[in-house]
Write a protein that binds this ligand. Structure first.
Ligand code: C2E
Ligand code: CA
Ligand code: CA
Length: 452
């Protein structure tokens, strides 16, 4: 019942008290306030202060919390928070209470050894029943509060106080819905893959394609990959989604390489994928058994992922690279642009982010960035691809003035279904065949007869 370290209710006792008190409040039509104090800021100090001092700090936070809450508050400890439930309060009391708490946490704390530490815990608040759904059902109310606590990292934007307002609730509900639906998306056949051609800007020849996954949900419609990839990462289904994309890409290689044996595919990988030894082993297995050379696969990771997860990413990338797969650094220039990555990671290609290409003619800085990245890639013996080419002028300047030979973008092709891509590759190889025969005829007129 009681958390022995902090002398307040444990998690289950707290929520059972909350339930009783909430039901009582509903009968009398009273409002209540829920406040959570996230103590991750103390846990993070574990590597620099002793365990006793961590306990001291937590107890101190509880004392400050208690001292600044109305006396009817019930306190309890959860995994990452100290929770308070304050029955019969008015919405007007909220600001005052939060302000008092924030002021109190501004003060430094002195450890028993005299050392001063500053801890600024995050505060989360919700008014009950307020805007919560199914207010007559305390279990649903508690679930919504738990979701709010669980999702606070997603709302992170440097603020120290989050209130569960309508906007936040609708944001959370949308994500909760996506999380629930995406888990079934693959099994229900709602995913498919489009391919955006990578093009040789000099002659518009398609040299390969980037796999871009799509989710068409019967309930939500077409969901933006930027949104659902993040949720797939959060819910842990990104690995099976990525293997699905890889399998689809292998099917494309089977058909495309019949016409062009140099055709390659690019596949995006996220942090969770690249960090997992199990996942990398699965990739290796798929690539080895694909019947195609490993060099036909190029895996893309973003600069941000490469930096934030450097140690683990490096290991995974090295394994793929030693197998013969290519590695590309995606969205180059948008992360922290840590240039030492270029020598530390086993890279083959830099992909210039589309924001620079899009602004090339409006910003002197952006065109210089494109120029510099191309020069940098050449100096480091890396391939370079410009993304987001939308106009002929951009393509022209990239190839003529900036020396960037390869590109992707709506100017050449939007992401398309393999059914539309394959005829393009086939037609291209047909042209190549004709050209080869023409060249051979000029070189060997005796065999082919005279060419006029
Ligand atoms: P990305 O890897 O940078 O992919 C390029 C994005 O730019 C694609 O958006 C593509 O449709 C879009 N794009 C291509 N050409 C142009 C252009 O000329 N102008 C503009 N404005 N945009 C262009 P999409 O397909 O919406 O994908 C967004 C992001 O979602 C991707 O960015 C990638 O980070 C992620 N993503 C998509 N498919 C996958 C996947 O299978 N696995 C993983 N892990 N991430 C994926
Ligand atoms: Ca990409
Ligand atoms: Ca990109």
């Amino acid at each position: 019942m009681i958390d022995l370290e902090l002398g307040i209710l444990n998690r289950s006792a707290f929520f059972s008290e909350l339930k009783t008190s909430y039901l009582h409040g509903r009968k009398n039509d009273e409002q209540a306030l829920f406040i959570a104090l996230e103590y991750d800021c103390v846990c993070k100090l574990r590597s620099v202060i002793s365990t006793e001092h961590v306990s001291f700090l937590l107890a101190h936070l509880v004392d400050i919390f208690k001292a600044h809450l109305p006396e009817q508050a019930i306190l309890g400890r959860s995994l990452k928070e100290i929770n308070a439930y304050i029955p019969h309060v008015q919405l007007a009391d909220l600001n005052q209470i939060i302000q008092r708490l924030q002021n109190a946490f501004e003060m430094p704390i002195y450890l028993p050894n005299g050392r001063m530490v500053e801890v600024k815990p995050k505060l989360l608040s919700a008014f009950l029943p307020g805007i919560l759904e199914e207010p007559e059902n305390p279990d649903t109310v508690i679930n919504q509060l738990a979701m709010f606590l669980g999702y606070v990292d997603q709302l992170e934007d440097g603020k120290s106080h989050f209130h569960l307002d309508e906007q936040t609730l609708s944001y959370l509900n949308k994500r909760i819905k996506i999380d629930r639906l995406i888990l079934g998306a693959q099994a229900n056949d709602e995913l498919y893959v489009l391919y955006q051609p990578k093009v040789d800007i000099k002659n518009n020849r398609i040299i390969g394609a980037e796999a871009l996954v799509r989710w068409s949900s019967p309930e939500l419609g077409l969901v933006s990959p930027e949104l659902f990839i993040e949720r797939a990462e959060f819910t842990g289904m990104i690995q099976s989604l990525s293997l699905y994309v890889l399998q689809d890409a292998i099917d494309l290689l089977d058909k495309a390489r019949v016409h062009d044996q140099h055709f390659s595919v690019n596949i995006n990988l996220t942090a969770t994928c690249i960090e997992s030894g199990y996942f990398i082993a699965e990739l290796e297995h798929y690539v080895r058994n694909s019947g195609h050379p490993a060099s036909a696969f190029e895996f893309e990771i973003t600069e941000t992922v490469a930096i934030k997860h450097y140690e683990t990413a490096l290991k995974g990338l090295q394994r793929l690279h030693s197998l013969g797969c290519k590695i590309a650094l995606d969205d180059f220039g948008t992360g922290y642009s840590c240039l030492s990555l270029l020598s530390k990671l086993p890279l083959d290609t830099l992909k210039i982010d589309k924001s620079f290409v899009g602004n090339m003619f409006d910003s002197v800085v952006d065109i210089q960035i494109v120029k510099t990245v191309v020069a940098l890639a050449q100096a480091c013996n890396l391939n370079v691809i410009a993304e987001g080419i939308e106009t002929e002028e951009q393509a022209d300047v990239l190839i003529r003035e900036l020396g960037c030979r390869y590109g992707q973008g709506y100017y050449f092709k939007r992401p398309i279904h393999p059914v539309k891509l394959l005829p393009l590759i086939q037609a291209q190889s047909h042209q190549d065949g004709k050209r080869k025969v023409a060249v051979a005829k000029t070189l060997m007129p005796k065999i082919f007869g005279r060419v006029n």
